[in-house]
Ligand binder design. Structure first.
Ligand code: HEM
Length: 136
């Protein structure tokens, strides 16, 4: 499996869970886990989908072990952070250190991604863009 296909799959699972959480909040009129919902949707759905698009355009990077590690780290960090943030907002303040650790995992993942974006290497250049020729 490539990093992009893993990103897309986990992103879709996150948005399904995030939407279910949103519907649950709306139905119960209890918005106390709103920060967990927002983090799951924005880190899990939006960011992972964007990583997937970036990797898919760079096939060498997409097939690399480090890109896969980046996606796995980001995903684990996001899921643990979501659970910890929800727990904190439900009154389980003991989850605070867990949220701290998860936030560092997500930070580590974005630093790996920053390395991909900034390193001057042929491996991270985008593949050719499809050119459209107008009909005559
Ligand atoms: C079935 C779909 C969804 C439902 C029913 C839903 C529902 C909700 C509800 C009830 C709140 C709490 C609002 C408040 O207390 O002020 C909320 C907040 C939020 N939602 Fe969703 N949501 C859905 C999908 C999404 C998606 C797909 C995203 C992001 C891509 C998203 C991002 C956010 C954010 C960022 C907030 C926090 C807004 C704020 O700080 O005021 N939601 N959502």
């Amino acid at each position: 499996m490539t990093a992009s296909s893993l990103s897309f799959r986990i992103a879709v699972l996150c948005v399904i869970a995030g939407m279910a959480m949103g519907i649950g909040m709306a139905a119960s009129q209890d918005h106390s886990i709103m920060p967990a919902h927002a983090h799951l949707n924005l880190l899990g759905w939006v960011s992972l989908f964007l990583f997937g698009i970036y990797y898919e355009r760079r096939p060498t990077l997409d097939a690399s072990r480090l890109a896969m590690i980046q996606v796995v780290l980001w995903s684990i960090g996001t899921i643990v952070l979501t659970i910890a943030v929800a727990a904190i907002h439900l009154g389980y303040t003991a989850a605070d250190p867990l949220a701290g650790i998860a936030s560092l995992v997500v930070l580590a993942a974005i630093l790996i991604f920053a390395y991909f974006v900034f390193r001057p290497a042929r491996a991270v250049e985008p593949g050719p863009t499809i050119q459209m020729t107008p009909a005559e």
